[in-house]
Design a protein around this ligand. Sequence first.
Ligand code: FRU
Length: 525
Amino acid sequence: MRLLTFITTLCFLAACQPSSTHEQTSDAQQQDSLSGEQHRPLYHFTPPQQWMNDPNGMVYYDGEYHLFYQHYPDSNVWGPMHWGHAVSEDMVHWEHLPIALYPDSLGMIFSGSAVADLNNTSGLGSAENPPLIAIFTYHNMEGEKAGENDYQTQGIAYSVDKGRSWEKYEGNPVIENPGIKDFRDPKVFWHQESERWIMIFAAADRIRLYNSPNLTDWTFMSEFGENSGSHGGVWECPDLFPLLVNGEEKWVMLVSINPGGPNGGSATQYFIGDFDGQTFTNDNSPGTSLWVDYGKDNYAGVSWSNVPESDGRRIFLGWMSNWQYANIVPTYSWRSAMTIARELQLVDTEEGIRLSSLPVEELHSLRKASLEVESQRISATQSLSAQTSWQAVAKEGIFEFIVPQNSQVKEFGLKLSNSLGEEVLLGYDKMKNEYYVDRSQAGKNEFSADFAGRHPAPRTATSDTIKMHVYIDVASVELFADDGKTVMTEIFFPNENFLQLDLYTEGGEVQLVSGNLHQLEGSMP
Ligand code: FRU
């Protein structure tokens, strides 16, 4: 371990500059590898350096989307948590800002949320200059080491300069711990009907709900989760928000769980139901487990607060890793990235109302060159990269397929590959009626037995058209199938970037109805 830290430090001193081009020559890759920058995404959010996990404090205010994140500035592995900070006008192009919250005598700063207190209910700003309030978990290391149970509490901090500087509230903690070991990750929102702030957070494998008139005095209301959904691990990072479906309002609760995800390790489940200002009730049978994303690498995601009503979207972003291997993935000068921002919606399916996720349209600004692929029969392999004058590691593709009546096709989809024979498959398995990401031959995987593999996701759509919308970056793929009804997010670490892209089929032909491929440009500073 010490050797690794030493090597990392060396990499650091070698001035790690993110590569700014979208194309990656092998020379550039070699340099990246020496500086510890190999595998740095081009348009996914990454910290400038060192460790990052959950997104925190996501709030929109005065033209800016804020993204805070769990950050340890002294190492590329998890450690005493701070809130790193960045802002963006479009959730695509980010500006890094100084660390917002540092650990203090009450503990490290674990995950949480932020709100714009527009009516200054807290009194921590003024009517003319309402404060931003961050609500987070204090994790007291001494308490934990001493074997106590009450070492996690909820605290707040405020900013009156658009999040550029923060003061901790002097009355912290605002919620004491009654003796529950895992007691964390507050998400707060204003509930108009009851004219109260609502806070929800995770307590062991339950969700607790509180209310407050002013963000400082909190009253316990109810608990949710006993016998509902999956309980394979501890519950973390909840969210609760309304969405319209068929003209009716439904409430969605997100709950991250670790371990216990559908493909192992960390994942985010959700519930659909009602919230009356006091209690959340689940519409589905207690045994139903629903997942935001079936890939292995989308965890602790929540939605932005205070997105203007005129916009109306519920926008989500998650941490693109998994606690099974987050600390040991082969990146050095920094560790881990966020997913792209996604719009969440409720949609009707044959199984009932379900959550869908779609890339936010702001991402279109990344499109550079494009290729429209002709409608055609595909048998075996059809190279797309051979049809373009550009070779891009960052790309977006939208493909619609139909299985011809007499076709014996077993599976088909997209293949990313490089000249070393490493590959990632994003496919549809017709026999099993499921999508999959296969990263078993994707390059580096020796760091964890839980990494390599083929990971499935059930298809819920019933249309004849198989639609795959994919976002590909240096080290990740995000698959939005059937307009976001099945979603998979996975990371990978090839020894040479994946520049080749093919359509493939196994066992028979498939009809490509339409295909669009876009080269994407980088968007990180
Ligand atoms: C989720 C999580 C949270 C916690 C944070 C600590 O990944 O475990 O529950 O607040 O990370 O960094």
